[in-house]
Design a protein around this ligand. Structure first.
Ligand SMILES: Nc1ncnc2c1ncn2[C@@H]1O[C@H](COP(=O)(O)OP(=O)(O)OP(=O)(O)O)[C@@H](O)[C@H]1O
Ligand SMILES: [Mg+2]
Length: 235
């Protein structure tokens, strides 16, 4: 199951491609991408609408499968995972944060945060303790029993970040995490992702149109028409 990848490279792609076939047409989502993301990086992924950012994140997250090429994430060869192994991979290796938060409306904040851990078989008491600690850290302690509809956008995104972290994944993927937030809440979300990167050593990949994370990036990536133009950033 484990592929041969240096331990200091958490995402390795070679000629990674994803082609869609809606109707009788062919749409290129990602075109022969070569990529090495070092463990501990904070990578900022940019590119025009339709350039392939979400496609790339979905492949790395194990939400989708490549149509060609190789992809290794945290030592797992994505192409060789069975459906059950993919599910375990999604729960344990990656935490995802989306533009539209994707919280379950009928569950409370605490229940939303605990759900991925309980699905992975973690014990309830320890899970609730970790959720409380995360929500505390995110300034959400007073909101545990509220439902998503009662929260502001910034609070919903902080809940989604707590949910992404509950299983202690080494890799956090954020797809337009500030897209539905005002600049103050957007800055707070970027700051939280940066803290996670620096303080807890999580590798973070942020796909974004905004410049808010530019000065935090250790790696800047640019997609155009599904192809990657890497450039080294500094911090
Ligand atoms: N399920 C799908 N079926 C067909 N085509 C798709 C599908 N998902 C994405 N595409 C196409 O793949 C290309 C890349 O889309 P993707 O969503 O990755 O772009 P993006 O960079 O995330 O754009 P945005 O900034 O608007 O979110 C686009 O041409 C898109 O229309
Ligand atoms: Mg997108």
């Amino acid at each position: 199951m484990k592929a041969q990848t240096p331990a200091d490279i958490i995402v390795r792609a070679r000629r990674l491609s994803r082609t869609y076939h809606p109707g009788h047409s062919e749409v290129i989502g990602l075109n022969r991408v070569d990529l090495d993301i070092p463990t501990g990086a904070l990578a900022v992924l940019k590119g025009a609408s339709g350039s392939g950012k979400s496609t790339l994140l979905a492949l790395i997250a194990g939400l989708d499968r490549p149509t060609a090429g190789e992809l290794t994430v945290a030592g797992h060869d994505i192409d060789r995972l069975s459906a059950a192994q993919m599910t375990a991979f999604r729960r344990k290796v990656v935490g995802m944060v989306f533009q539209s938060f994707n919280l379950l409306p009928t569950l409370s904040v605490e229940e939303n945060v605990c759900l991925p851990a309980l699905l992975a078989g973690a014990p309830l008491t320890a899970t609730r303790k970790r959720a409380a600690d995360l929500l505390d850290w995110l300034g959400m302690a007073g909101r545990r029993r509220h439902h998503p509809a009662q929260l502001s956008g910034g609070e919903m995104q902080r809940t989604a970040i707590a949910r992404a972290l509950i299983n202690r994944p080494p890799l956090i993927l954020a797809d337009e995490p500030t897209g539905n937030l005002d600049s103050r809440n957007g800055d707070m979300v970027i700051q939280l992702l940066w803290d996670l990167n620096r303080q807890q050593g999580c590798t973070v990949i942020i796909a974004t149109h905004s410049d808010q994370a530019d000065d935090k990036a250790t790696l800047r990536l640019h997609l155009r028409d599904g192809a990657l133009r890497p450039e080294k950033g500094s911090r």
